[in-house]
Design a protein around this ligand. Sequence first.
Ligand code: GLN
Length: 542
Amino acid sequence: MKDKKTKFIFVTGGVCSSLGKGISTASLGLLLEGHGYKLSIIKMDPYINIDPGTMSPFQHGEVYVTEDGAETDLDLGYYERLTNAKLTRKNSVSTGQIYYEVIMRERRGDYLGRTVQVIPHITNEIKKRIYDVANEDDLDFLLVEIGGTVGDIESIPFLEAIRQIRQELGKTRVLNVHLTLVPTITVAGEQKTKPTQHSVKELMELGILPDILLCRSSRPLTDDLKSKIALFCNVSERNVISAVDISHSIYEIPYMLHENKYDEVVLEHFGLPVKPLHLPEWDAFIKSLMNPRKKVTIAVVGKYISLQDSYRSIYEALTHGAVANNAELEIVRVESEEIERKYMGKLDELFKGVSGILVPGGFGNRGIEGKIATIEYARVNKIPLFGICLGLQCAVIEFARHVCGMENANSTEFDPTTPYPVISLLEEQEMIDKLGGTMRLGAYLCVFKDGTKIKSIYNTDSAMERHRHRFEFTLKFKQIFEDHGMVLSGFYPENNLVETIEYKDHPWFICTQFHPEFKSKPVKPHPLFKDFIRASLENTGQ
Ligand code: GLN
């Protein structure tokens, strides 16, 4: 360790999933930064996959991409949006990664003579990952969220590792937070503590004593209930914190937790002074979030619409853009296959009352024609359109077919025998036969062309933006597209890859091969999202 002795906060979850462990961990990060501390956050996922890159969004929600190109759990998105922590692949750990590392070491002969076991070899590797992050960044706090629910077989090695860390460093350096559910039985209107008691019992059997119980409930816990939980679960009453359901936006969570003294109790645990919170930018964001003066309706046309988490960063970035324009955001979620089934030729009906349309990223053939029809509709009717990754690729196909006269133009991802492969694989991608971690991933430079709309929106010559794709604009068609009026407005200079496109005679039609949504924050809305919302408001005369 460096001179600064990093303090560790381990967050586990009990009773069931989806209680908001990721958001509450990110919120604690924000609050601790508001007290002047430097921190980072690690997510430890007990699944065997090396990363969620190969999982379906229906299984896992969005795959969040870090600057250095790691494909990670979407909780890292919350960490980056709420805190200043700079996250890399080291902040996303899975059982798969841990075992892979230990098995490789065994094959090299590093453990020669010894039996390789869960304890100590697997647990040592878990601890090493935690200590490495703490050592590198000279942090005041390292928050570690353990994925899954206590009681799952997969999470046991992680829980054992954090038990050992508490043993090694003691209570003054380590805090255990356990997030549980206190349900209300609707008929009796009574709040029940038993699930929490059972969950804590399970944790104690593994040798972990929780210091703080964060209790998710539909209404605040009464004092009586708190003292009951405290008595049965062996924590002080003050350390039983209400995490009450919020009504309007997830961004209310940090201050809800602050009002329930979460940050105060955390600082007290470590014997640190409790001073007033200082989060002026956050305050300003919350103020405009809660007092909108306009309303904007954006349609998101995608393939994984039924699951809210599949496009999590897109929805958040749209919210940031709306708040920056003092507008309340309504998102109309449109399943692109539904367009193919019901709305071809009737898009007016579908997009009635919509101010702007966003076509997000995706993979595979399903719903592509619905997206292409949407893009044509927005181009022709001059409705603001924001295409991201696959959204750009569909816009290129649309333009090729309907403006350049390239009948049956397509991406080779959807039609390998198309006569006009306007989107295709780079040669280096053609050689790849494995799926995991092999896309064009992470931040690359994009240089904007002079005089373009995108350059004036960014107000810089270039930007680093994050990618997650295999297919690209096919450069041999560049001239034809330009001759027909498409502006190729941004390039990756190294090998001239097309990164962004736009149309001159359209109020707002911008598509990016990169994913700008990953870098938008409440206190720092992404310029493209902010300007897209501005143009959408303008489109409906606001
Ligand atoms: N399927 C496309 C590709 O791999 C687009 C990917 C995406 O939208 N993230 O290039």
